[in-house]
Design a protein around this ligand. Sequence first.
Ligand SMILES: Nc1ncnc2c1ncn2[C@@H]1O[C@H](COP(=O)(O)OP(=O)(O)OP(=O)(O)O)[C@@H](O)[C@H]1O
Ligand SMILES: [Mg+2]
Length: 209
Amino acid sequence: MVGSREAGKVVALSGTPGTGKSLVGRRVSEALGMELVELSDLVIGNRLYAGYDEVRRTFVVDEDRLRDYLRRLVAERGRVLVVGHYSEIVDDSMLDKIVVLRLNPAELYERLTERGWPPDKVVENVEAELLGVCTGNALSEHPPEKVCEVDVSGKSVEEASREVVDVIVGSRPCKTYVDWLSDESLVSFVLGLGGAPGYPMRSDGEALS
Ligand SMILES: Nc1ncnc2c1ncn2[C@@H]1O[C@H](COP(=O)(O)OP(=O)(O)OP(=O)(O)O)[C@@H](O)[C@H]1O
Ligand SMILES: [Mg+2]
């Protein structure tokens, strides 16, 4: 179909690290027959980074080159599911919807700690989830009607994937509705993490006294 190769062929899947994007993304791409594009693999595999941030222990993405690369990739491959916590980077002209996975910050804390992440990185991401940074980033690049949240708290990967598919195909409403900040005990819990041993860290990994 000519139409399907025109604008609006990308679905983006975003969410704070640890919310389940990769596991959910794999299932959703299979269910909808969309090619899966993991931004982190794309960036590292094609050296689309400007450098390495020693403090945050992460690659710094070269956004202009990544945008160009995605434009070419979508023109070549057609309908794709772009997965990553900065997947709002997809041009709005190519985007159908951006689905943001949201996870209760207390549950995210458990998950990232179990993953063995250093305390400062856990806290940074739990704070980002509390504030809704990924949703904010999506709304800063795309109109609100294209930004859809799915609260995956307490849900299995299967349940979460089913909800995401429903939102993409339109059988569930696409809307933003998650507000962890209105839960005072959750806010206190996250603020309490700020004083965890080893946080904040210096660039050499030593805790500041
Ligand atoms: N619904 C779920 N229930 C329980 N555990 C889950 C669920 N979804 C993901 N996990 C676990 O959380 C961890 C992170 O999942 P995943 O790698 O899919 O997240 P991600 O959002 O892709 O993270 P990153 O941004 O770091 O790539 C994994 O250990 C996974 O097993
Ligand atoms: Mg992932």
